[in-house]
Design a protein. Structure first.
Length: 303
């Protein structure tokens, strides 16, 4: 499994579609900072948006906006348009009520969010930008994203057998394709850069596939085909962590999942994630998460 796929498999991606709606001028909505990755797809017409201290920007049909960190922002037909609370707009549209009035449709927009486990200690999460804006009408990845979005909306509007699971999978594909598009544009960012480096990426794939292996700087550098010092320097530069830090963090991430989702004894979990004994695993887990594996499991069971 490639480096990106392995990480995405661990963050437990989910999605929610709020609506596909035709808004009449002069519409506007304000979305506060939130825990989810908000997304908007401009299906028809145009509008503008603004976030942070950035200047307002124009959006056109086919543009896709994703705010991976739930950054506060607004969207509107024109920047001077009054802006309603985003949740009020979502609730009204889902109830079939009109909130914006006018003589013609100005913008047709698809809105929703992606959610994932932000407690995951991984450089991929911290490398996500405040915004991903995809607006290249001729780009093949863009066309694929628009097609996925269209299929997604169709499924959410149906009541056919299997529509829920199809919608979830299409939404995951939409998010993953958007992230892949971003990575290709920003491949110098920590961890993102590692995915484009064949030698470092090969090591990540091996760590993800075989966390139980007795990894050392020597055998990691051999997988990369580099000297110890060169590998260590390149890994830290591309990933943003030392090889040892990344290995420990990955093992702890896997351990949390196994503890949460299985009844394996702790000594077996220790072996699965690369520790030779339960005491050594417990020490590492407590150092990383400030609690023992047993206490972590009890807390998850009680939640």
């Amino acid at each position: 499994m490639d480096g990106l796929s392995a990480v995405l498999d661990q963050i437990r991606l989910k999605s929610t579609i709020y609506f596909k709606s035709a808004f009449k001028p002069f519409w506007g909505m304000e979305i506060p900072q939130g825990p989810f990755a908000q997304f908007h797809i401009i299906a028809e017409g145009d509008c503008c948006f603004q976030y942070g201290n950035e200047d307002p920007q124009q959006l056109h049909a086919g543009d896709i906006l994703i705010f991976p960190n739930g950054t506060a922002h607004w969207l509107a037909h024109r920047r001077e348009a009054p802006k309603l609370n985003g949740q009020e707009v979502v609730t009204s549209v889902q109830q079939g009520k009109s909130v914006f009035y006018g003589q013609h449709t100005a913008t047709t927009i698809i809105c929703g969010h992606f959610e994932f486990d932000r407690t995951v200690d991984h450089p991929f999460i911290t490398s996500l930008p405040d915004i991903i804006h995809i607006g290249d009408m001729e780009h093949n990845d863009h066309k694929r994203l628009v097609s996925l979005a269209d299929l997604l909306v169709q499924e959410t509007q149906r009541e056919a057998i299997g529509s829920n699971i199809i919608s979830q999978r299409l939404a995951e594909a939409l998010f993953i394709n958007a992230i892949r598009y971003y990575i290709e544009q920003a491949h110098e960012q920590p961890f993102m850069a590692a995915l484009f480096n064949q030698k470092i990426s090969s090591v990540l794939q091996q760590i993800h596939a075989y966390p139980e292996k007795d990894w050392s700087l020597d055998n990691m550098s051999r997988v990369a085909g580099m000297s110890r010092s060169s590998f260590a320097n390149h890994f830290r530069e591309k990933v943003g962590q030392t090889p040892g830090q990344y290995l420990t963090n990955w093992r702890m991430l896997l351990a949390q999942r196994i503890l949460s989702e299985s009844e394996y004894p702790i000594d077996e979990i220790a072996e699965k994630v690369g520790y030779s004994s339960e005491p050594s695993f417990t020490r590492a887990f407590k150092k990383h998460l400030q609690q023992t594996p047993a206490k972590f499991r009890r807390a998850k069971e009680a939640a």
